[in-house]
Design a protein around this ligand. Structure first.
Ligand code: DAH
Length: 339
């Protein structure tokens, strides 16, 4: 066999092996290529080695030298391919701009809206005080939003301009329907269905046609509390509100009652809380008016109760020094991400 033929065969073998090892995209393909070229029994290199014996005597040293070079080249090709497939990211291994030591990109994670967080926290606190959470509808009738709450037709709160009456609902329902203007509606719904004692809170949206400004929004949230039992007093109301405030705001919180008027409580008070040396107006409260107890079939001679209604935006805003409640609804993630 001529040396030139022997060398040509080896070169062809090398070119083919370069393609097979270099193109192997997974370990199984690479292993198949290894057996094909480097296999100890029938590998193509082994086959080529047989030709070495047939090369003319004087050319043997040159043929042997070339054979060894090709063998080393094949071993190196295999080792390279093996290393390439063992790298963590095979696709990136050939990319000089890929730096596996870079810290990586943080995936932005969402979380609950601050008001939702506040609502969950308030439920938790009141739950510990023995209040169970109930829900009421946001579309209400006049009985639950006004009548049963001792708010007569002549009361300014019933002015259609002060409420969101629903034109469509009116035609469907037996009477006018409106978006509830207060969560006190839930007091009635619960008492109508339950015998005393009652100890509930209800949190949810209420609607009033107010212009939006730093402290008003046409939709906001209230937390309503109601406790009816034998011998309930104003002192119980103050204790519960104080425990509530201490749990929510932390530290020592003082409660102040200012005389006020609500149709559904008698006496009625405005509730202020002293926190970080500032008085904060929290909402209204009082002893459930006997007319309300009668409207739901309770006997005011037997049971008494207290009720309160606080603004969720207000407590949350005060705790986190939010000065404009519209921030809660703009959905600017720069604001929301702070909670
Ligand atoms: N419903 C009242 C409002 O929206 C707040 C309120 C005052 C609720 C006194 C009560 C209460 O339960 O006893 O302004």
């Amino acid at each position: 066999m001529a040396l030139a033929d022997f060398v040509a065969d080896l070169d062809a073998l090398l070119t083919a092996a370069q393609q097979s090892f270099g193109g192997a995209a997974d370990k199984a393909t690479l292993e198949a290529a290894r057996i094909e070229y480097l296999g100890a029994k029938n590998g193509r290199l082994k086959e080529a080695q047989k030709g070495l014996g047939k090369v003319d005597g004087p050319d043997k040293p040159a043929a042997g030298k070339r054979f060894n070079e090709v063998k080393q080249a094949l071993d190196a090709l295999f080792a390279d391919a093996e290393a390439r497939l063992a790298a963590p990211d095979a696709a990136a291994a050939g990319d000089p701009t890929f730096d596996p030591t870079e810290p990586g990109r943080r995936v932005p994670l969402g979380h609950l809206h601050p008001l939702t967080q506040t609502i969950e926290e308030l439920k938790e606190i009141m739950g510990r005080l023995g209040f169970s959470v109930v829900q009421g509808p946001e579309v209400e009738d006049e009985w639950h939003n006004f009548e049963a709450l001792n708010i007569p037709l002549s009361h300014p709160a019933r002015d259609p301009l002060e409420n969101f009456y629903l034109a469509t609902a009116e035609k469907l329902a037996s009477g006018p329907m409106l978006l509830r203007s207060q969560t006190s509606t839930v007091q009635i719904r619960v008492m109508e269905k339950t015998k005393p004692p009652v100890r509930i809170i209800s949190l949810g949206r209420v609607y009033r046609p107010d212009d939006a400004d730093a402290t008003h929004y046409p939709m906001f949230h209230q937390i309503e509390g109601l406790l009816v039992d034998r011998g309930v007093t104003m002192a119980d109301l103050k204790s519960v509100l104080r425990l509530f405030a201490i749990s929510y705001f932390g530290g020592d919180v003082h409660i102040r009652f200012r005389p006020s008027f609500f149709p559904f409580t008698e006496p009625s008070v405005e509730v202020d809380m002293l926190w970080n040396d500032r008085w904060i107006e929290m909402g209204g409260a009082g002893m459930v008016d006997p007319n309300v107890l009668r409207a739901v079939g309770y006997d005011p001679e037997e049971v008494t109760g207290f009720a309160f209604g606080l603004g969720v935006e207000r407590v949350c805003a005060r705790k986190y020094q939010v000065t404009d409640i519209r921030e809660f609804y703009h959905n600017d993630v720069r604001f929301l991400a702070q909670f």
